[in-house]
Design a protein around this ligand. Structure first.
Ligand SMILES: Cc1cc2nc3c(=O)[nH]c(=O)nc-3n(C[C@H](O)[C@H](O)[C@H](O)COP(=O)(O)OP(=O)(O)OC[C@H]3O[C@@H](n4cnc5c(N)ncnc54)[C@H](O)[C@@H]3O)c2cc1C
Length: 452
């Protein structure tokens, strides 16, 4: 497929030179591992509370999932456990640009899940019943109303689930802008600074060991995205996590056919702030089998069964790469995190062809619109497709926030606010117990209620 002139608007986030810190602080109240939307949002909220926080990112800020995602900021279709945090996140997004004085491309253009059959439509009614306690503006609309919201589609949809207040933002802008706001509020943000492990004393965290030396601290948040399971395993903590590759494309600016986000069985599509669209395949989960697939297969069975129709399994490089990665490493030598500063999978050529085909089929008048950029990202998911948050392991002071499962961008600022309250021990208006890691080990039923 023809991909335009190689303009790297999104890929610019991860393809520049690495910024190595000239020096690192020797102590901090709290150290965050990982500079994605979760890490930077937490750092921002902590710094605003006057906490001395240092964030260590092994590569670039938002170099992995947080710049590569579709940019949907949605409440609809979520597992109800996520809604309090998501509703708060939406409130933060609405005020974000004013608060930080930078554009993140946020707009409340609405979110649509279009239905091709009655079964799909009735699943939307079911979801509405499930979340009736929340004050959402979500409703199921008919084909006529949908036709007024989306123009030029060739598909005869029956209707859609629609949330007018849902929104979108530009992922390549948002996390870097929040990181800059955190720095202005007093946070220290270090890039090209992999954390190799932690040290403890008398059962409490005493330091993180980075590639540039130790930082003494008693509180650590591991928000390392797809790397969290491996990091925690080196500490003897099991975090069930599986990775899925998402291939994404961006079109040139073109005719406006919708104001927000549209999901159809064949297409996930979002209007961008430059007038183009971010487009992805609606129904492919592309998973490279690894030893972790088999280690955690049982816990992931319910999620995989739910998605079996769209699952594409590959066996090859991913399996042998993980097999060759050590389970533990010396903290005074190069670690796996420095060897792979940016997880940068290739977009799947087959899926890109599918995106082009589906875009042209669903919106025939888009057939001439150029695709100017394509990329891929690794989505990390938990067995019930909601995050894992809290203090874990035998050493006190070590926390995780991971497993945001394909929808962590929109919820990121809300999660950051809740995590800042958790780490400082302040009153938290958002109950984080539904996200405890132990739910996967204490016999609780594993019931995914939303899609990856
Ligand atoms: C293709 C795709 C589409 C998606 N679409 C959406 C969407 O439309 N809406 C939505 O809400 N969500 C979406 N998501 C999900 C969303 O992007 C993620 O849930 C979210 O970005 C996770 O943020 P994070 O900060 O936890 O992880 P990440 O952004 O992955 O950040 C983790 C960071 O930790 C760093 N790190 C790891 N180990 C170490 C270490 N040892 N030392 C230092 N640094 C380390 C990594 O380099 C990385 O930068 C999508 C994801 C993908 C890939």
């Amino acid at each position: 497929m023809n991909i335009g002139n190689g303009e790297k608007m999104v890929a610019g986030t991860w393809s520049g030179p690495f910024q190595v810190p000239a020096s690192i602080p020797d102590r901090a109240d709290i150290v965050i591992i990982g500079g994605g939307i979760i890490g930077v949002s937490t750092a921002w909220f902590l710094a605003r509370r006057g906490v001395d926080v240092v964030l260590c990112e092994k590569g670039h800020i938002a170099g992995e999932q947080s710049s590569r995602n579709w940019g949907w900021v949605r409440q609809q279709g979520r597992d109800p456990r996520e809604l309090p945090m998501m509703i708060e996140s939406m409130r933060i997004f609405r005020e974000l640009e004013n608060e930080i004085g930078e554009s993140v491309g946020f707009s409340q253009g609405g979110c649509l899940f279009a239905a091709r059959d009655e079964k799909q439509l009735s699943s939307y009614h079911e979801w509405l019943k499930l979340v009736s306690d929340y004050d959402l503006d979500t409703r199921v609309i008919d084909a006529n109303e949908l036709g007024r919201l989306v123009s030029g589609a060739s598909v005869k949809w029956l209707g859609a689930m629609y949330t007018p207040s849902d929104g979108r933002a530009e992922p390549h802008k948002a996390a870097p802008a929040i990181a800059r706001a955190a720095i202005r509020s007093g946070a220290t943000i270090l890039t090209s600074c992999a954390v190799r492990g932690i040290e403890s004393s008398a059962g409490t965290v005493s330091a993180v060991i980075t590639e540039h030396g130790p930082i003494r601290t008693s509180v650590v948040l591991c928000a390392a995205g797809a790397w969290t399971s491996m990091f925690c395993r080196s500490l003897g903590i099991a975090v069930p996590q599986l990775n899925v590759r998402g291939t994404v494309a961006r079109t040139a600016p073109t005719e406006k056919i919708l104001t927000g986000n549209l999901f159809d069985r064949r297409l996930g599509m979002r209007l961008r702030d430059d007038g183009g669209y971010t487009v992805a395949h609606g129904s492919v989960l592309d998973h490279g089998l690894t030893p972790s697939t088999f280690r955690y297969a049982f816990k992931f069975l319910p999620a995989l069964m739910k998605e079996y129709k769209v699952l594409r399994l590959r066996f090859g490089k991913d399996f042998f790469d993980e097999l060759a990665t050590p389970k533990k490493w010396a903290l005074d030598k190069e670690s796996p995190f420095e060897k792979s500063r940016v997880l940068n999978p290739d977009p799947s050529p087959g899926i890109l062809k599918g995106i082009r085909r589906n875009l042209d089929a669903v919106f025939p008048h888009m057939a001439g619109v150029e695709i100017v950029e394509a990329w891929a990202g690794i989505v990390e998911t938990s067995p019930d497709v909601v995050p894992m948050i809290g203090e874990v392991g035998d050493v006190s002071g070590f926390h995780i926030a991971t497993g945001f499962s394909g929808h962590g961008f929109g919820i990121g600022p809300g999660a950051g606010k809740a995590l800042a309250a958790m780490l400082t021990g302040d009153d938290n208006s958002i109950d984080l117990t539904p996200f405890r890691l132990s739910r996967f080990f204490d016999g609780s039923p594993i019931r995914p209620m939303s899609a990856i």
